[in-house]
Design a binder for this molecule. Structure first.
Ligand code: M6R
Length: 606
């Protein structure tokens, strides 16, 4: 989704802004732009499509200036073209914006009545003209304060001014924004990752705050324009590798990294010496919690759905699951004894953050399961369980999903054992099995060639279905989501037992249907449902686990067997071939696997 960079330096900044924008490409976007100040003029270059296009334009139209802002845009208001790309500028002011201004239509009317002329279809342009208008009577701080008070909605802003050649303004409400500190230069970024190549010294703005960034110092203000002091955090300098290595795509690499994700998670939380799980500093006593509500979006929501089965199986807690965008607007009954768990790879998803914020406002127990530990969701939760899977670049979430479900499973085991819902022997046995999971995932990753051939049939089909029961139902949803987001094939995930209640009508001759039927408690029931779709002409791809007993059906089209494991762990293994199926379908179609159309890695608007 949209990303912001700002640099105030004494050296030319355009090429550094371009390389930082490239770091933000993983968020998903459709146009890019840059504005710098030189010779008392604002210069602006914008391009539709990739940052590479912008870079090529800069080869022709050289950009000078030691102070500048850059942006990658994911269209909300107005087409994804170069006119609507950011920055948006008046004669005096240039603005980059993440978020949505909800009262832009009203503000635009007012500004037009004052003689302002608009060039784009965006909501952002009203900010430019409001600041320009307010600057007629106010100084910088007051004009920013006044402008921010007029805006409804969410924003992270980077602003430069023709008549202020030594400063950049940053402001935040709802969308994340960070300030970075370098030697004789300072930065603004929509996440610390984009700034990482330049600095590890970061300050995060809180909602309502704004800042003035000069080369040698930064001043922070609250929403009333009063100066405030903020902490500088030193982020870890640990250098992660963000290159694709020998892989064609980040997604392929991230799928293969999953055994390491599992190993890291297990090493972090499992205490092998004492045969226990370490969750340090958990702030609540177990008798203070009687229910759990799990909240997320997309793949993270599927993690929550799966975790419900584990929490119900391993603990006596009541468990609810919610989609963040629904939760945040419902009339919720907040309960003191509920633990609210927010699951998010990025930790910046707007709806998940809003749901967390709502729980915090009601003084609830909030816990985040996140990958990005510097993220807003991690910072604002009362307790954080990091998933430690390293940066995930592919828009389609793969290793983060396995990381999330691992941590949720570990938490379910720990709470089950603390509450004495889970007998010590069973806990020990499950812990022992868990340690074998990375190896089993490694082996499951080897089922490659067959999936490549199978993906041809999916590519030729009008649509497909993914069916499962119990633990396999959320995995069916996840498999369908992966296929649709990468290969743009219509795919439905369904509880196998629901087919007769409507969706069976969709089955027609030759339709590919993935049936997830591991040898668990639901196996026989799922196999019956499988026969029902076969009888109606479906081409069934059965995904199960290796077993001595053959599945009896002559009419199965294809079969993939994952490694065998304790029932709780099968969802981890079943996920892998489904990720590969989606990957190979998209590969054969020649689609942009790491950046599927219309999607963004970090969904920072609701
Ligand atoms: O960063 P989050 O985990 O909060 O993101 C939530 C969803 O946007 C995300 O999982 C999305 O569904 C993925 N593209 C799915 O692959």
């Amino acid at each position: 989704m949209c990303g912001i960079i700002g640099i105030n330096s004494s050296r030319p900044v355009s090429s550094t802004i371009i390389s930082s924008l490239k770091k933000l490409e993983y968020r998903g976007y459709d146009s890019a732009g840059i504005a710098t100040l030189s010779n008392n003029e604002i210069n602006e270059v914008k391009s539709e499509g990739r940052v590479d296009n912008l870079e090529n334009n800069l080869l022709v139209q050289k950009m000078e200036g030691t102070i500048g802002i850059g942006h990658v845009r994911w269209a909300t208001h107005g087409l994804p073209n170069s006119i609507n790309a950011h920055p948006h500028s008046s004669q005096n002011v240039s603005v980059v914006h993440n978020g949505i201004i909800e009262n832009s239509t009203l503000l635009k009317k007012f500004l037009i009545s004052k003689g302002h002329k608009f060039k784009s279809q965006t909501d952002t342009e009203v900010i430019v003209h409001l600041i320009t208008e307010n600057l007629k009577t106010e100084n910088i701080v007051n004009s920013i304060k006044k402008t921010l008070k007029s805006l409804h909605g969410s924003f992270a802003l980077g602003i430069i001014f023709k008549d202020q050649p030594d400063l950049i303004v940053g402001a935040r409400r709802g969308s994340p924004l960070a300030v970075g500190y370098g030697p004789n230069e300072n930065y603004l970024g929509s996440d610390s990752y984009a700034l990482k190549a330049m600095t590890n010294k970061i300050t995060y703005l809180n909602d309502g705050e704004f800042c003035i960034i000069k080369k040698d110092h930064v001043e922070f203000f609250n929403e009333d324009g009063d100066k405030i002091n903020k902490k500088v955090l030193e982020l870890s300098l640990e250098d992660e590798k963000y290159d694709k290595g020998d892989y064609k795509h980040f997604m392929a690499k991230e799928i293969e990294e999953q055994p390491t994700t599992l190993k890291n998670g297990i090493n972090e939380y499992v205490d092998t010496l004492n045969n226990d799980i370490n969750i340090y500093n958990f702030p609540w006593k177990t008798n203070e919690i009687s229910s759990i509500t799990l909240i997320g979006c997309g793949t993270a929501y599927h993690s929550c759905l799966l975790a419900k089965y584990w929490f119900e199986e391993l603990t006596s807690l009541d468990v609810n699951v919610d989609i963040a965008s629904e939760f945040r607007y419902r009339k919720n009954r907040f309960k003191k004894e509920t633990l609210y768990i927010f699951v998010s790879q990025s930790g910046e998803t707007a709806d998940t953050y809003a749901a967390l914020d709502l729980c915090n406002q009601n003084d609830m127990k909030t816990c985040a399961v996140v990958n990005v530990i510097e993220s807003s969701i991690a910072r604002d939760s009362k307790f954080v369980l990091p998933i430690h899977c390293g940066t995930e670049i592919g828009v389609a979430s793969t290793k983060a999903f396995l990381g999330q479900i691992l941590i949720l499973y570990i938490l379910a085991l720990k709470l089950g054992s603390l509450r004495k819902d889970l007998k010590k022997e069973l806990f020990n046995e499950k812990l022992k099995d868990l340690k074998s999971l990375p190896k089993l995932a490694e082996k499951t990753l080897l089922t490659d060639n067959k999936i490549q051939t199978i993906s041809n049939t999916f590519n030729e089909a009008k649509g497909s279905m993914f069916l499962g029961r119990g633990f396999s139902f959320p995995i069916a949803l996840e498999g369908a989501l992966k296929l649709k987001e990468l290969s743009y094939i219509h795919a439905e995930g369904y509880p196998a037992g629901e087919m007769k209640h409507g969706p069976l009508a969709l089955i027609e001759e030759g339709m590919p249907v993935v049936v997830l039927a591991p040898r668990d408690n639901y196996y026989k029931k799922t196999i019956s449902n499988m026969q029902e779709v076969i009888a109606r002409g479906a081409k069934v791809l059965l995904v199960t686990n290796r077993s001595k007993d053959e599945v009896v059906s002559e009419n199965i089209w294809e079969k993939i067997e994952v490694e065998s494991a304790n029932e709780d762990l099968l969802p981890f293994l079943l996920t892998i071939p489904l990720q590969k199926l989606a990957y190979y379908s998209a590969l054969k179609k020649g689609f942009d696997i790491d950046k599927p159309r219309n999607l963004a890695k970090s969904v920072t608007v609701e």
